[in-house]
Design a protein. Structure first.
Lengths: 557, 216
């Protein structure tokens, strides 16, 4: 029997004399793009034969004519070339599948081809479907299961998990589920979680909790959409570096100690043995940029196509850690700044998560009366992070909070009387009521000052690292589901962002998820991003003696 | 008519609280011109003003930027007055070692404590950040400091504070070197658990604790 050697795939296949190269490839689970299904009209299945002996192949005439110069270089159409002797075939390692280009609807994204790491090929003669990963066969399934081909893009937030179920044939997002990160019940912020997981029993608990939640989510998504979980082949974990360690059952201890190093660098796949998906499935971890600028930001850079943007763009994910990337005509620098958990409602007297009863919007109208919105349209029982920033921004704007951060007493303030009535005393200290039983204290304002000062200092240091003036920043992209609930004015009025950014702020949504989708659906972006992260300049704030001055200056409103 | 020493000292204190570096410089020069006691102007003027600023900080009236501006004013005054301190009146200053624990590089809180202690006329030995337990103890012994103040800003690093205290015990220095700790994740309960001599809730409290411990 003639033997075919597919050079790019490093695969040898024995075939019956007289079969076409395309058929031989399909039987072996190698994908050669064949949009017209071998009819010979499209010309896309061209492959190159190397040093082919005369008589080892025969080309039948097809409707599509290969250009003469290609023929001279040994190119043939795989669908119309029959094999009679040993051949070396050079076929592109990954088929270009001209499927519909996809524009993602939520979270800024870009156009990319549907070209996943995993592929499924039905080998008709055997009645089996081959499962391929990276062009190599990793398993087979009975019958034609090519239609059932799914993947998951998971944004692993410190507080919330968002899991998108994707059809890897079409690129369509079939469904998406959000859940609380169960680890937050054991340890809320990142540092506490690192501390807990540094001990073996802590890691067992935290890993077990998130694994169970993932599997529960998978079951739920499958049930809701009537699909079988064994047809899910790949999962992308996009989250901050600590969350990725914990989701991979890796002790994150070095992340919690100077010099803050990551054990997981990303840019690789790991087995998905603990997930209830296909036995052939795996998990891809996008590359990290630095210990505190994680795969979620890599996903964001990808989704926002930062390195391709003309001009200067600042990309920020506001959270416990303010992670940010500044891009100037393809040159990228990144940093992360410890904002603390104030934005999650922690350390805030009436702070709470963004759940039912949380005041999430606060706007003072021209007549001085505040317009508010409470999640779930119930009576306000607390303030969530976005509400807090809204409140502080608005109170600074109207003068209830002075430049130094002090609450201005009614007799000294020039703000509307309606608001003066909201300033009351509690335990001998002034507090400002934003709802019947919900108020902010002077120390809450101090917490916000520290948090927003950290973000602003990060922005200033990053701009200075690239020699960029605030006036020259063309666009500011705020990512993250938290950022999505913020308003430009409240960020600028309180000085978290420079005044020069007014009118330039754009909220790009969950780019951690939309970027993860791109990683799932197009394997080429993986290598691309793995190389790109090495080019991003890492601006280390804690090592810079200027940081303290910049930070202190950024504390005032 | 020229102001009395007491009046000048009071004005100095007020200028510090007002964060008015210019006024402090003017008043300090006046102290020198009049030949008043420079050390007295530091103790009764500048340091008093900083005390008041620290109190306002604890009452949440002042925040980090104000405190640092007050301290800048104090330093301006000290620079002018220091050359005029009569040697015999300058007693030995008490030394205190301050630093951020090993594994931690968040040092703004530590720097604030340093500023407050310096303004209160302590001789501060700054061990820096990411300081291993042995370095704390060695420095204290070497410098003859009776107090070590340790900050930790992350739950992942605070356990090393206990190691420092154990080391002091191992070396038989218990009671001779006292340990004061503070920082966001630190609580009085934690301080008790690891055997620290005191917990300081903020930079101003650190001054009060140091004075109590040293009886000054």
């Amino acid at each position: 029997m003639p033997e075919l050697f597919f050079q790019e795939q490093d695969q040898r296949v024995s075939v019956e004399a007289g079969v076409t190269i395309l058929q031989a490839a399909r039987d072996a689970g190698i994908i050669i793009e064949s949009p017209c299904d071998g009819v010979g009209t499209c010309g896309k299945c061209q492959v190159q034969l190397k040093d082919a002996a005369p008589g080892s192949w025969k080309c039948e005439e097809a409707h599509y004519q290969l250009p003469a110069e290609l023929q001279e270089q040994g190119y043939v159409l795989a669908c119309h070339t029959k094999v009679y002797g040993d051949l070396i075939v050079v076929a592109p390692n990954t088929a270009k599948q001209n499927k519909t280009l996809k524009i993602l609807s939520e979270g800024e994204s870009f156009q990319y081809e549907i070209k996943p790491w995993f592929q499924k090929v039905y080998a008709a003669p055997k009645g089996k479907t081959f499962v391929l990963a990276g062009g190599k066969k990793v398993g087979e399934e009975e019958g034609d299961t090519t239609k059932q081909f799914y993947g998951l893009a998971i944004d692993i937030g410190t507080t919330t998990l968002v899991t998108a179920l994707i059809d890897m044939n079409t690129g369509e997002e079939i469904d998406s589920l959000s859940a609380l990160n169960p680890q937050s019940l054991h340890a809320q912020d990142v540092i506490t979680r690192i501390h807990m997981a540094s001990k073996p029993e802590g890691l067992v608990l935290l890993y077990g909790a998130i694994r169970d939640e993932f599997n529960h989510t998978i079951q739920e998504l499958c049930k809701r959409n009537s699909i079988e979980s064994r047809y899910i082949y790949e999962v992308i974990y996009s989250g901050n570096t600590t969350m990725i360690h914990l989701a991979c059952n890796v002790n994150p201890e070095p992340l919690g100690q100077f010099p803050y190093t990551a054990v997981i660098r990303g840019g690789n796949t790991v087995p998905a043995d603990d997930l209830e998906i296909s036995p052939y499935g795996d998990i891809y971890l996008p590359p990290i940029i630095s210990a505190y600028v994680g795969p979620d930001i890599t996903s964001g850079v990808l989704a926002a196509q930062l390195e391709k943007k003309k001009g200067t763009t600042l990309f920020i994910d506001i959270g416990t850690n303010g992670e940010m990337i500044l891009a100037q005509d393809g040159k990228l620098a990144g940093t992360s700044t410890a904002a603390g958990p104030a934005f999650e409602g922690m350390n805030i007297t009436c702070g709470m998560r963004a759940g039912n009863g949380a005041l999430e919007l606060y706007q003072i109208q021209p007549d001085g009366t505040p317009k508010t919105h409470v999640i779930g349209d119930v009576k306000a029982s607390g303030i969530c992070g976005s509400g807090l920033l809204d409140i502080i921004g608005e109170l600074v704007r109207v003068g209830v909070i002075g430049k130094s951060g002090r609450l201005v007493k009614p007799d000294k303030g020039k703000y509307p009387d309606v608001l003066k009535a909201q300033m009351k005393e509690k335990d001998g200290k002034p507090v400002f009521y934003v709802a019947e039983e919900v108020y902010i204290t002077q120390s809450d304002i101090r917490q916000v000052q520290l948090a927003k000062g950290a973000i602003r200092a990060g922005v200033e240091m990053l701009m200075s690292a690239l020699g960029v003036e605030a006036e020259h920043v063309d666009c500011v992209e705020i990512a993250g589901s938290f950022g999505y609930h913020l308003r430009e004015s409240s960020l600028i009025d309180q000085g978290m962002l420079p005044e020069a950014f007014r009118g330039k702020v754009k909220f790009v949504g969950n780019t951690s998820k939309s970027g993860a989708k791109a990683f799932l659906l197009n394997q080429e972006v993986r290598t691309y991003m793995e190389n790109l992260v090495d080019e991003i300049k890492d601006v280390e704030l804690s090592q810079d003696p200027k940081f303290q001055d910049v930070f202190v200056k950024a504390l005032t409103f | 008519m020229a102001k009395s020493a007491a009046e000048l000292n009071e004005a100095l204190a007020e200028a510090v609280v007002d964060m008015d570096e210019g006024a402090v410089a003017e008043l300090a020069n006046e102290v020198v011109d009049q030949g008043y006691d420079a050390l007295g102007a530091i103790d009764q003027g500048l340091a008093k003003g900083m005390d008041k600023a620290g109190k306002l900080f604890e009452e949440e009236e002042y925040f980090v930027p104000e405190l640092l501006m007050c301290s800048d004013a104090v330093n301006t005054g000290i620079d002018i007055l220091k050359p005029h301190i009569k040697m015999e009146s300058a007693g030995e200053k008490h030394k205190i070692v301050v630093g951020v624990i090993e594994g931690d590089t968040h040092d703004i809180g530590k720097n604030l404590v340093k500023v407050m202690l310096s303004s209160a006329n302590f001789d501060v030995v700054d061990a820096g950040r990411d300081v291993p337990p042995a370095k704390f103890v060695d420095l204290a012994v070497q410098e003859g400091a009776q107090i070590i103040m340790i900050a930790a800003l992350m739950t992942t690093t605070m356990d090393k504070i206990g190691d420092t205290i154990n080391l002091i015990k191992e070396r038989g220095l218990e009671g001779k070197i006292k340990v004061v700790i503070g920082g966001a994740p630190i609580s009085p309960a934690f301080a008790k658990k690891v055997g620290a001599d005191a917990y300081s809730i903020n930079a101003n409290a650190a001054v009060r604790i140091a004075r109590d411990m040293l009886g000054c």
